[in-house]
Design a protein around this ligand. Structure first.
Ligand SMILES: *Cc1c(COP(=O)(O)O)cnc(C)c1O
Length: 457
């Protein structure tokens, strides 16, 4: 093990040096991958030096998500204290299902759940777990909503035409999960959004009433706190009123921007969150922990146990349910995704997490101000969002993003809203500074200038 740890330090130091020199790697075309890097697994062992060389090549050719040139998805950057926690979790290799196996690590997760529960307004009623990502958190919420609406569905399967509602801009895990749990994709209703990408509550109410009249069974509404493309926030109080009227489970999918609960300045974006039945937030997005760390909470203790606990005498042999976290989780064996958030939170405090969140909104302001002051740009996004959507001159977003990626200039993606395609810059890397954002635009403009004719063709 000692030798492997030394190799780890050596290789990660090389990686850091390379990242400092160049924030983006030359992309290897997928059809050349297996020629360019020796990935083949053979009968014979690969010995030390050769092994190290091949591993180095693999690492140094992998996309660099931690650098100031990566803006592609809803995560990025690297925060040392969070990485430290995750590395230790790998060394300890506990499974979070029982106190017997995870010991004090159970307390680490419980303390996170307790604090997030207070911040989101569930208080002492809040219970929850850490799921393998936001899609799975949404799955857990949907299952709880189904079982609460129709307790027999757990036993007999789904027998009625159950319907669920989500905005047309919500995450694709919603229809996938509807298929997984036997509701069916056709039973998902996409509620229209307004000109800023927020669900229109009147539309929601209308669709629910229509379904009731047609003999369907509305059971679940998914409201998004930070839609995947625009970063828009659905209005929770209005949506909650409709859900209460019809006795429907309200989930708030805060995978992307639910972390605004840490910020005094921005928590108003999720006003009414305490009215929801469940809430999820990805610490690996706005809080900057390594992938994955997704927290799912509900204020209905009975629901999470009803939907997820299962007796197993070969597993639960000591302690109470409260300390045997397997009783409320999706999986059996479960890696310790809590420790990386705990090490970060413990070291910087809740105030430090607030600064991390606020910095991302600040960087978004820097980007929007730059775009607004420059007539070569068209802005499509709105205030209070860390997704900045724009186009540069009349260059198609797709062409520009793909070229920038292939030439290792920048890694950024594109998105669509109401038929318009644009570049989507996400400022979720809180370790970035103002100049990193300005540098993004400079690189983009320099490249566009050199290649303008080809790009417009
Ligand atoms: C990212 C995202 C998800 C999915 O989270 P994963 O951890 O990638 O599975 C769900 N909903 C929203 C709004 C997201 O932005």
């Amino acid at each position: 093990m000692q030798k492997d740890l030394e190799l780890f330090i050596q290789l990660t130091q090389e990686l850091l040096e390379h990242e400092n020199r160049k924030g983006a790697v030359e992309a290897i075309p997928s059809n050349e991958l297996f020629e360019k890097i020796d990935l083949e697994l053979r009968d014979e062992p690969t010995l030390d030096e050769e092994f190290t060389n091949q591993l180095r090549k693999l690492i140094l050719n992998t996309p660099r998500t931690a650098t100031e040139l990566f803006f592609n998805q809803l995560f990025g950057g690297r925060i040392g204290k969070a990485v430290l926690g995750d590395l230790l979790a790998v060394m300890l290799n506990n499974s979070m299902y029982t106190y017997k196996v995870a010991g004090p690590q159970v307390g680490v997760e419980k303390e996170i759940i307790r604090n997030v529960s207070n911040l989101c307004g569930y208080g002492d009623a809040g219970v929850g777990t850490i799921a393998p990502g936001g899609s799975m958190s949404n799955l857990m919420a949907m299952i709880m909503g189904r079982d609460k609406y129709d307790p027999k569905s757990r036993i007999d399967g789904v027998n009625s035409k159950m319907t669920l509602y989500t905005s047309e801009n919500s995450h694709y895990s919603i229809p996938k999960n509807a298929a997984f749990i036997g509701i069916g994709r056709k039973q998902v209703r996409y509620v229209k959004s307004d000109d800023k990408g927020r669900m229109i509550p009147e539309e929601l109410d209308r669709m629910i009433n229509e379904d009731l009249e047609a003999g369907h069974s509305p059971f679940f509404v998914n409201s998004t706190a930070g839609t995947t493309v625009l970063g828009a926030f659905d209005p929770i109080p209005e949506i909650s009123k409709i859900c209460k009227k019809h006795n429907i489970w309200l989930h708030v999918d805060g995978a992307y921007c639910g972390s605004v609960i840490f910020s005094h300045k921005y928590r108003h974006l999720v006003d009414g969150l305490h009215l929801s039945d469940s809430f999820s937030v990805n610490a690996h997005k706005m809080l900057g922990t390594p992938l994955t760390c997704s927290i799912i909470l509900t204020k209905h203790r009975d629901c999470i146990y009803t939907s997820f606990s299962n007796e197993a005498d070969y597993l639960y042999q000591t302690d109470e349910d409260d300390f045997n976290l397997g009783k409320t989780s999706l999986q059996c064996g479960r890696r310790n995704d809590a420790l990386k958030l705990w090490t970060l939170w413990k070291s910087v405090g809740t105030k430090g997490l607030e600064e991390i969140v606020d910095q991302q909104f600040h960087l978004a302001d820097v980007a929007r101000d730059y775009i607004k002051s420059n007539p070569n740009y068209t802005l499509y996004s709105f205030e209070d969002s860390v997704s900045i959507c724009f186009n540069y001159k009349d260059i198609p977003a797709q062409t520009l993003c793909t070229k920038l990626y292939q030439e290792a200039k920048l890694v950024v993606g594109y998105g669509q809203f109401k038929g318009q395609e644009f570049i989507r810059l996400v400022t979720v890397n809180s370790t970035n500074k103002d100049e990193d954002i300005l540098n993004f635009f400079e690189i983009l403009e320099t490249y566009a200038k050199e290649e303008l004719q080809e790009l417009q063709a």
